[in-house]
Design a protein around this ligand. Structure first.
Ligand code: HEC
Ligand code: HEC
Length: 322
């Protein structure tokens, strides 16, 4: 055995020991996190079915304009009195009947990892925008029929804006408030219907702030990336190149892989923005590419996958600053 082999042997033993140690520790943390999640609070709230029977709501004034005169202190008091029966609001707070609400503004729908959301809420894509929170909190059962949040909603426009203004502060980097709009232009928006129009895609930097590498890893299986790519350090090429360390590496980064001229013609490192564009539609980013894959339509899914690619490194690149 040469000294390289000996080192590998020692490293393998060390890694095995560390993994064993960590799995014990992680196991303990998981158990502690989950044990006390039952709560004894019982709240009398109307059934969502009863709420759904009432006639459609009149449109809300634009949330941007309501937020312009919102009162954070009043919002906090409202949340304390009403919402905290089911929700925690502090960073890392536990789930109660509802999920923790830290960082929910701008986060994806169903943003708390591990919380058992309804299919109704899980079916909503994209981040929670101010408009969507406005619709949701007016009448949860109308925004997401079948939701588990058995709460009638906040009918008063200004109360609702105060609450949203407060939710928006629950973040290390609060989203900027939307600019007020002319009422006439915004009034005919189909605000009373359950399904708000799909918002334009938020910038990848924003999406990455709430992206989840573990979900991204699962997505690479769901989307079929694993059929063509390996992801481990030193993994072999398949139909596609190994992807370890691809973020920040040059285009066509795997030594010896037979890339298309289209991809080889791209210069510079793979940035977050370029991976985002590539994965949206490979054939548009690099016409003539050999990657016969349609692309990932869902922006959040794309961000999760990119967050996963980012993690494939001994020294992951910093996330983009928002
Ligand atoms: C009776 C308990 C209850 C009350 C009261 C309640 N919620 Fe909820 N809330 C829930 C549950 C349960 C969910 C998950 C809904 C689902 O999965 O359909 C939820 C979900 C949410 C979400 C979505 C979170 C995410 O991760 O996507 C937001 C935002 C929210 N609630 C805000 C509020 C606010 C603000 C109030 C007070 C005005 C409030 N809730 C009052 C139980 C409650
Ligand atoms: C049908 C096989 C196939 C599938 C499925 C596929 N790829 Fe690829 N991928 C390729 C090939 C082939 C290339 C090289 C493209 C070229 O040379 O034009 C490539 C290149 C790449 C690159 C650039 C690597 C570099 O070194 O520059 C990235 C990043 C990538 N794929 C990510 C993904 C992700 C993420 C998915 C799933 C969402 C995916 N691919 C799905 C075959 C595939």
């Amino acid at each position: 055995m040469d000294s390289m082999e000996a080192n590998k042997g020692i490293a393998a033993v060390l890694v095995a020991g560390i993994v064993f140690f960590l799995s014990g520790t992680v196991g303990t943390i998981l158990v502690n996190e989950h044990a006390p999640s039952k709560t004894a609070i019982k709240i009398d709230v109307p059934e969502p079915a009863a709420a759904a029977a009432t006639p459609a709501l009149a449109p809300s004034p634009p949330i941007a304009n309501l937020l312009a005169k919102a009162d954070v202190g009043a919002g906090q008091a409202y949340v304390k009195k009403v919402c905290e029966a089911c929700h925690s609001v502090n960073e890392g707070g536990k789930a109660g009947i509802g999920p923790n609400l830290y960082n929910v503004v701008g986060g994806p729908h169903a943003h708390m990892v591990g919380f058992n959301y309804s299919d109704a809420l899980k079916a909503k894509t994209g981040p929670w925008t101010f408009d969507e929170l406005n619709e949701w909190l007016r009448k949860p059962a109308a925004y997401a029929p079948g939701t588990r949040m058995t709460y009638a909603g906040i009918a008063n426009d200004q109360d609702r804006a105060n609450v949203i203004d407060y939710l928006h502060t629950l973040s290390p980097r609060p989203e900027p408030l939307p600019a007020p709009v002319a009422e006439a232009a915004a009034a005919p928006a189909p605000a009373a219907t359950a399904a708000p129009a799909a918002p334009t895609e938020p910038p990848i930097d924003t999406l990455l702030a709430s992206a989840d590498a573990a979900t991204g890893e699962a997505d690479t299986r769901k989307l079929g990336c694993v059929a063509c790519h390996t992801f481990a350090d030193g993994g072999k090429a398949g139909l596609g190149p190994n992807l370890y360390g691809v973020l920040g590496a040059p285009h066509g980064h795997m030594e010896g892989f037979n890339y298309s001229a289209a991809l080889k013609a791209k210069t510079g490192p793979w940035t977050y923005a370029e991976l985002n564009e590539w994965l949206t539609k490979p054939s548009a980013y690099a016409p003539g590419t050999r990657m016969s894959f349609v692309g990932i339509k869902n922006a959040k899914e794309r961000a999760d996958v990119i967050a996963y690619l980012r993690s494939l490194s001994a020294n992951p690149e910093p996330l983009p600053a928002n």
